[in-house]
Design a protein around this ligand. Sequence first.
Ligand code: ATP
Length: 512
Amino acid sequence: MIKGEDTFKKIISHSKEYGFIFPSSEIYDGLSAVYDYGQNGALLKNNIKDYWWRSMVQFHENIVGLDSAIFMHPTVWKASGHVDAFNDPLIDNKDSKKRYRADVLIEDHLEKIKEKINKEVEKAAKRFGDSFDEAMFRQTNPRVVENQQKIEDITSRFVSALEENRLTDIKSLIEELGIVCPVSGSRNWTEVRQFNLMFSTQMGSLSEDASQIFLRPETAQGIFVNYLNVQKTGRMKLPFGIAQIGKAFRNEIVARQFIFRMREFEQMEMQFFVKPGQEKEWYDYWKQERLRWHLALGIPAEKYRFHDHDKLAHYANAAADIEFEFPFGFKELEGIHSRTDFDLNAHQQYSGKKLQYFDPETNESYVPYVVETSIGLDRTFLAVLSHAYKEEKLPDGSERVVLSIPPLLAPIKVAVLPLVKKDGMPEKAREIFDSLKYDYMCQYDEKDAIGRRYRRQDAIGTPYCVTIDHQTLEDNTVTIRERDSMQQDRIAIDHIARIVGQRIDIRPNKNQ
Ligand code: ATP
């Protein structure tokens, strides 16, 4: 992956040019932080969903799916804590009139100090060569120790101020650290205020009896309120999981970075219900299992890292993010949270209905604990796309843009291309297209020279191009061109389906 702002801009314009992502309501100049998925984007998105759904629901006997409504009873959000606590602290710069999340300003500042430490360590590693003892260096180098201490001091002040909702202390911290607005460069800040991220609307036709309801900010609550329905009708035994894919809505304060932070987005969440006391074990299991799911796509391991949380949400007793190295740096892609029995207990309390599990092994009833895996579909899309985007110089001096999308996820699996538009080649190509289309998403293209057609397929990440030429009409063979190596082989028509099938096999160790 190529890094940096420039690349990010190129990815955004490539996404638009090749029908992956369009700004919403573009003819009206768009709607901030809302996007539409085009013809190729919709396919890629569906393939990511399918990969997740199959990995969760189809490959685990004890995980089942759910599709709950976006609208829910308003008390759900009172019980879950979202009405009172789903806030971000916001701050405005009076000169640029730009709005920021106060916590993000501080976290970015901490990140800069961490970078200083890393540079110091890198320099020393070079200087000392093989004899370098990194742990010792980190403990003893005065500049590193001083910066590490700074990080710890700032973090503890920041975490306690956030936890206790002391907004003036957060503002003081921003002032003391000398944090400036990236746009105006000034320190002319407003007070810090809390801002609730839920969108609300009215249900009912008359304003007198209409009630305020919310657009769900996460899909998880639909799972919690249905947990007993599913457990009983599915005769599920602990531990078991419920998985769901669906839209979520958040009125994000700072909605930049394309589809990384949207106001309408999609989540793929799984709540895993376990016996109390076993949550730590399952939390560790799901952390590893989820990372494995990412790595199975063939994206290099160094693009991912865990970030264990210091500041835990009100419902969690352990939490970690899987971060991905986007073109703008490492950022959260997925969260794994040990949510305790917080949600089920709260819904018991607010609804007055028992949400206990009867354990046939111990003859006891109790409220299960929950381990959640929560991943953003759009962020996964962006991770895949930003890793896949490559500009290559070819041996003949020409250039190409290729999307090396993992074949399993590629929008189109096979392009079927008659070399020329005559001599029976289009007819033969259609025949091949028709025989493949029931198994694979294919595209037929007969326009322009073959080289240009290859480029078009490279640009949307099609793993295979099949070309029908004169020889095909004689001996039923075609050339098959592989996207990444651009290697071409002559194969029998009957072998196309098998070759493609092997490449997109989801079974462990078969992929790639
Ligand atoms: P962040 O800290 O980036 O705001 P979060 O910690 O609030 O994210 P969660 O509530 O844990 O996110 O949501 C789970 C996942 O949903 C995230 O890991 C992310 O992939 C996705 N997600 C959350 N908010 C957005 C958004 N505004 N746009 C796109 N995806 C999102």
